[in-house]
Design a binder for this molecule. Structure first.
Ligand code: SF4
Length: 355
């Protein structure tokens, strides 16, 4: 057995990975890449079998943010030529979300740029969510509106928002190098407020921001501690017109190892391949599905993604099924139908044991 297999076996046996284990996976030799995928992929299969959760983003409000996150095309000072618009109408939001749901998304993520929502913004989103839930009762709704003030998380939860996304983005020790208009503690506070209101906390990171290996591992353990149920792993998209333009620190193999490290540290959490998937993983996207169990379908907030049909084909071509799809439900039913076989031999019976 390889060291990676031993490591995966230990985690499967209930011994959580330590920082050194995470660093060993992150720093694996490229020649060992498929050994890493084979080993850590066992954790993915344990908790998520062969399912892939499909999420769909709707950018409710784009650009014109007053915060200075240096990786973000919507930030103060960004000259990236992105779409800029104020709040979508509820009708347009429903139309956009409906397209993603028809394509197979089981979670819709409603995102708005800005430091955080006003009371009116929260009311607006709550109203839209109510309508979305009436039309699509089985679809999860996640909101991502920035830093929350007291009471706003509860208002969103009461409106039917299932999850709230607010990424920590990077390690606490690297945070102030990438943004100065809010603190790491501000971000953690919002994740805690969301969880406290009963919403599922969704918080992740961006790799390729100049962080060290140790800082990447630090961020993953922080997300585990924070209780993030779903962990979007973004790979920096260095937009022209932002301070990070021209920053290319990632290779496809490195991205795969980052996803493997995330899975090792947080084996039972949803690991979502997020922004930068196509650009950075390139031909390793299918291999990445053996580590992550969730992707975004279609376009990102300010950049275009892969054709949705090509992504869906990649999922099925590689033996995975979309969570909540007819194929997945049929597989689930099969598991229930076959169920465990009740023992009728060995101890307590007159029949020879299975030995
Ligand atoms: S707060 Fe959000 S929208 Fe604003 S610059 Fe930061 S990441 Fe971009």
């Amino acid at each position: 057995m390889t060291d990676f297999q031993n490591l995966a076996a230990a985690v499967l046996a209930g011994n959580p990975a330590a920082s050194d284990d995470a660093l060993a996976v992150l720093r694996a030799d490229d020649a060992e890449l498929m050994d890493v995928v084979a080993a850590v992929g066992r954790l993915r299969r344990r908790y998520f079998r062969n399912t892939v959760k499909v999420n769909y983003l709707v950018n409710l409000k784009s650009g014109m943010c007053q915060e200075n996150c240096n990786y973000c095309s919507q930030a103060l000072g960004s000259e990236a030529p992105i779409l800029k618009y104020s709040w979508l109408s509820p009708e347009e939001t429903l139309e956009q979300a409906g397209a993603g749901i028809r394509a197979g998304a089981s979670r819709v993520c409603l995102v708005a740029s800005g430091r955080g929502p006003s009371r009116r913004d929260v009311d607006r989103v709550a109203e839209t969510v109510g309508e979305l839930r009436r039309n699509h009762p089985d679809v999860e709704v996640c909101a991502c509106l920035g830093l929350l003030q007291d009471g706003q998380a509860q208002r969103l939860a009461d409106a039917g928002v299932d999850a709230y996304n607010h990424n920590i983005n990077t390690a606490e020790s690297h945070h102030d190098a990438i943004v100065q208009t809010h603190t790491y503690a501000d971000r953690v506070d919002t994740v805690r407020k969301a969880a406290g209101a009963g919403m599922s906390p969704c918080s992740g990171l961006i790799a390729g921001l100049g962080e060290t290996d140790e800082q990447l591992v630090e961020a993953l353990f922080a997300l585990k501690e924070l209780g993030s149920d779903s962990i979007p792993v973004n790979f920096l998209m260095p937009f022209e017109g932002t301070p990070m333009a021209g920053t290319w620190e990632l290779t496809p193999a490195r991205c795969l190892k980052i996803l493997a490290t995330a899975r090792l540290v947080c084996p039972d959490r949803e690991i979502r391949i997020a922004g930068g998937r196509e650009m950075h993983l390139r031909s390793l996207q299918a291999a990445a599905l053996h580590l992550a169990n969730s992707i975004f379908l279609g376009d990102y907030l300010t950049s275009e993604g892969e054709q949705a049909q090509a992504d869906l084909r990649m999922i099925t071509d590689n033996g995975f099924v979309v969570q909540g799809s007819a194929d997945e439900l049929a597989q689930r039913a099969h598991v229930v139908e076959t169920g465990p076989t009740i023992r009728q031999r060995g101890a307590g019976t007159g029949v020879l044991p299975n030995a």
